[in-house]
Design a protein. Sequence first.
Length: 222
Amino acid sequence: MVYVKRFFVLIGLFLVSQIAMTVFGFAKGASLAMGNAQLSLVTSILLMLMVIGNIWLLLFLGKKLGFLNLKFDFLTKKNIGIIIGGFILARVIAIGGTLLLNTQGAESTANDAAIQTIFTGENPLLIILLIGVSAPIMEEIVFRAGIIGYWLEKFPIIAIAISSIVFGLLHGPTNLISFLIYGLMGLIMSLAYYKTQRLEISISIHFLNNIFAAIVIAFGMI
């Protein structure tokens, strides 16, 4: 019974984690409907405040449920090595997968293409906050701490598998290669979290993976 209860709690956390991005999507759609390709400065600022509030809310709920306690004592030599190694491995998977997609006539995954289309030209700070900061923190709280450390903490192998598979599926894969790209990246972060029992490690790997893409989109370096 406890697993059923925790499952629905996890679903609730996931829905909370999607608030800011969902509101951004509605705002972007409304802006386009009015003939404006980009959001106004006021709207962008309001969205940035909402993103920060969304992050705070999810952190608060995670701490309230007792499975989240972020600290800054995780930067040991061993953990830094895991973070750098995990990041490099994730990039190898992303680059290798993209090259395979290129052979099939696709320049990138559908998820990456959609992000580039939606965010290009928007406020750089909003882009960096949503893609580079918010996504790593909130997705790791849900997929790693939520699934592996909370819902299925007594079944780590199953939890790691579910975390990685669901993470891959929710990034909108359109073929096996794109699913493997996100699924394997999810596996890297799942193993990093499980082996160290520090969510900060998987967040750091995720952050490094996202922040460079966010900067490229934010400043039109494509």
